[in-house]
Ligand binder design. Sequence first.
Ligand code: HEM
Length: 449
Amino acid sequence: MSKQFPSPPIGKILSKSHLFLKDDISFYQHFLETYGDLVFLHIGDFEMLLVNDPGFIQQVLKTNYTNYSKPKSLRELEPLLKDGIFFLEEEAWRKEVSILKPAFHQTMIAQNEFVVKEELKNTFEFLDNLCQQKRPAELSSLLRNLFLTILIRTQCSPSASIDQKRMIELLTLMLDGVRPIQFYSRVVRRELNSFLKTEFFSDPFPAAAQEIEDMMMNLFYKAESGTIEPTGILFILLQAYKDGRINLTTVKGEMRNLVFAGMDTVADGMTWFMNNLMIYPAIQSTCREEVYRVATDDILAYSQIDKFVYFYASFRESLRLNPSVWAFHRMTLADDTWDGYEIHKGVWIFISPFFLHRNKKYWEDALTFKPERFIGSNIVNTYHYIPFGQGPHYCLGSRIAQLQIMQITGSLLKRYEFLKSAKSKDKFYAGGMMHPSHGLFADLKQISR
Ligand code: HEM
């Protein structure tokens, strides 16, 4: 006799659907708090297992990962992700990882460090001006712009540029648009179209993904014709395309996947880090002291990042409480068993770093910001802490993301004190990523030492 997952009756699920209007977090939180760490939600044909148990997460992400498809769970984002690493299965995915990996190698990362330093100088200029005018800085959009520029210049070409405003609009449309509430409104629109045999209620995703592809492929063609010098992923893709290891369809897929994977993840990760440093000014100043001890120059170097203890622990703690990728999914391909439970084919598996990292069973004082938990002998269990995922699909960009966030945050801490502005509201939006809904405003004070 197999164990049964706790499963609220449909009436109970529907009675909480208003929480979706507020935010998805409140909806899932209600069921995890009421029914435990494994909750089966059954709504019509749709079956979802909410998973907040590290043992089961290990089964899905590592032990039996081939039975839990990532591409099939990302189908809403297919126009953006098809033909790239996030959407490839099995052999094709393995081949693609081996092609892309050199772009994440230490030497390639180091080669483009100068770009981050240049962009930091521009950011200093912008923030110095705000300081002089005594105006608050809106960090959330500043960081999205900064990390998009850095992504394009380090992964495509140092001389490359794109229409940043438009790219951010398109990515926001798609990433914020994956919330279930918006997903269902698109399903209804599609159904109405097919019922009325019209295209009146258009789905904005395919057009947005096409525009993203056009913007990114423009850079690829420039690199191919020698107008720009390729670097990072663009360099790797161009080589592989010229040798015939990949075709143009894969190049297009990877160029779309790149902006999906590498912009909001990093920008939101750093936005939450800055937010936490402002909520806890004593921690901000301890981090600053360590930055002053380790680095003499205005701008930190990658080679200094591994010397940080408290500052790095603070960053890890921020990723614990506020992981930018707050949830990801899998689709069960065939029946499976785990710890006496049976999981059948076709079930969506909902894994949330956000809930796991706040689970009181695995984290003492789970809701308190305590960098110390990542220092010294406090070894963190791999399956209790998954801001970059776990197992074979572990984030390829995690090292780059951590180096850049630490370098930029550390350099900013040397120059400014950050105080949360009265203009900031504590509301967040949890779509594809989690970010503040109305920006994050900071009052800045220049530091003179
Ligand atoms: C703080 C920043 C970042 C966070 C929190 C983050 C988080 C994640 C997570 C949670 C996954 C696993 C998803 C899953 O298993 O379904 C992932 C995968 C991935 N990430 Fe990141 N990421 C970050 C930055 C980046 C950057 C900068 C890049 C590239 C430039 C990148 C490239 C990738 C790729 C290619 C994968 C897919 C790996 C695979 O399926 O084999 N990430 N990331």
